[in-house]
Design a protein around this ligand. Structure first.
Ligand SMILES: C[S@@+](CC[C@H](N)C(=O)[O-])C[C@H]1O[C@@H](n2cnc3c(N)ncnc32)[C@H](O)[C@@H]1O
Length: 511
């Protein structure tokens, strides 16, 4: 398989971004302290890493709409990769005439895609909006991260006509690349066939196809001009004036045998009943052309209407595009992640769809710009409470918690960062061990999972010791994992009580 190489790739592959905590700032519209819907303000590289302990392998659907690298977006490469080459790039806007703009973009995307891959559940799918600027590079990059065999793609029709700024070929579409974690049939939902089939009976949906064709003089075919008899009534149907059947006598007999003819007495016509070839299969085969999923213009109108017709965000996607993605790839309890959230269209679509079908989907958004609060979160608040002339009709209900990135957990030298609260450290340790949430809030006991009791004996300003005396404090469990600075128990005692000792900070797992 061909792989892509670019300046900085090796350095970026070696870079393991630090784990930061997430600090909850407030919860909107919920009686609970915390909502499962999250909006995170911060760089998505660190935010995705912060989500790993809780969400690794849990996300059913990811949608991202990264900078397309058009040269006009003012995006800046800002990752703290320890390489002189890359340090030179920091803080500089990536412009069109920048000869390393593709290298920078790929260096930005690779570690994020790798984290997104870890977050996807085994039946999960990622959708990525992109245009011609980086489509080819992105496809090869994703082949590397997700596997080329997991690829599908959609083309989204984003506008109806091209302005005269487009010199040679007016571009009306862009791509939505789609990579499964593990591609197999049945991951996408059955599609609503009413889009393609107008009728439905107890057997399947179907369409009616005319079996009349205009008869052109010299090609007149008398064999196609005969009476078709409805076996139930013996009524004879003939083609309309100047027309012939598209089926011969044999074809008609076969269609009759298969109950495939529909006799329309109102119109005095015969139709062929066309059912999906393989009903089960056709229910979740999708066409790759998305022509009925809004447009750039519709997206702008949508967001402007939420913000009192002010133009506050220049590159939103339309709700219909996100809704289609959610309909295809989520169930009513899925978690959906958008780590380039912009104006928050993804959360809006999740809330609308939940309202429509009574679902309980959850969203996680990440946006690094200051407008994470006054555009991203503000849109979601307005959607939850209702907006426009009839807010009571547009309100979706729902809630979310708003977070900012907190401090990094481990210093560069591997020590625990003293600025991080003990609660956050305990949460991290328990998650990294069990993938469960730590519900205990005092003492050294973190919790019990599958018969294993976890302890974290830690004091910010003191050395902690696991000794014989401490054993009296242990709850009854089949085995123990105990973190402390020092352990003075003998190997026999450890074996006898089934204790695994983990040294702080050396043995703290890095995600
Ligand atoms: C094209 S917009 C997404 C628009 C969005 N799909 C919508 O419908 O509104 C891309 C967004 O990603 C954000 N972004 C870019 N790099 C980011 C990063 N490293 N971390 C978090 N957000 C980032 C930008 O600030 C911008 O708001």
């Amino acid at each position: 398989m061909p792989t892509l190489n670019w300046v900085g790739k090796d350095e970026v592959l070696r870079y393991n971004p630090p784990y930061h905590t997430l600090e909850k700032k407030y919860t909107f519209n919920s009686r609970n302290d915390t909502s499962e819907n999250m909006i995170i303000k911060g760089d998505n590289l660190l935010a995705l890493k912060a989500l790993l302990p809780q969400y690794e392998n849990k996300i059913k659907c990811i949608y991202i709409d990264p900078p397309y690298n058009t040269g006009n977006e003012n995006w800046v490469y800002n990752d703290n990769v320890n390489s002189p080459k890359i340090k030179k790039w920091l803080g500089e806007v990536v412009a069109k005439d920048d000869l390393s703009r593709h290298d920078k973009w790929l260096c930005m995307m690779l570690p994020r895609l790798k984290l997104l891959h870890r977050l996807l559940s085994d039946d999960g799918v990622i959708f990525i909006s992109i245009d011609d600027n980086e489509m080819a590079n992105l496809k090869l990059l994703c082949d590397e991260v997700f596997g080329s065999g997991n690829f599908e793609s959609f083309i989204w029709k984003k506008k109806g006509g091209a302005g005269n700024t487009e010199k040679i070929i007016g571009c009306l579409t862009e791509y939505v690349l789609c990579f499964f974690k593990q591609k197999k049939a049945g991951i996408f939902n059955y599609q609503k066939l009413d889009r393609t089939y107008k009728f439905e009976d107890e057997i399947s949906p179907y369409n009616l196809e005319s079996i009349e064709k205009t008869n052109l003089g010299e090609y007149e075919r008398p064999t196609m001009l005969f009476a078709i008899i409805d076996p139930k009534t013996n009524y004879e149907f003939y083609p309309s004036k100047d027309k012939r059947w598209t089926l011969g006598k044999q074809g008609v007999e076969k269609a009759l045998e298969n109950n495939q003819l529909f006799f329309d007495y109102n119109k005095n016509k015969v139709f062929l009943i066309k059912r999906p070839d393989n009903y089960e299969l056709s229910k979740n085969v999708y066409y790759n052309l998305l022509t009925d999923c809004g447009s750039l213009a519709v997206a702008k109108t949508e967001i402007n209407s939420i913000f009192d017709n002010r133009e506050i965000f220049s590159t939103p996607k339309p709700l219909a595009l996100l809704t289609r993605i959610l309909e295809i790839a989520t169930d009513k309890n899925s978690i959906i992640l958008d780590s380039f959230a912009g104006s928050g269209t993804t959360a809006h679509a999740v809330l609308e769809l939940n309202k429509k079908d009574g679902g309980n989907r959850k969203f996680i958004l990440v946006e690094m710009e200051d407008y994470a609060e006054n555009i991203t979160a503000e849109r979601v608040k307005r959607v939850i409470k209702g907006y426009g002339k009839e807010p009571e009709n547009s309100a979706t209900g729902g809630d979310f918690s708003f977070y900012e990135l907190g401090d990094r957990l481990l210093e560069e030298n591997g020590n625990l960062n003293e600025k991080v609260s003990i609660e956050k450290i305990r949460e991290y340790i328990y998650f990294s061990e069990t993938k469960e949430k730590c519900e205990q809030n005092d003492s050294d006991f973190l919790g019990e999972c599958n018969g294993v009791a976890y302890y974290f004996i830690y004091k910010k300003d003191d050395i902690t010791t696991l000794d014989f005396e401490y054993l009296a404090k242990l709850k009854k469990a089949s085995s123990y994992v105990i973190y402390a600075d020092v352990c003075v128990l003998s190997d026999e005692t450890m074996m006898k009580y089934n204790i695994t000792f983990k040294k702080i900070p050396r043995d703290i797992k890095k995600v």
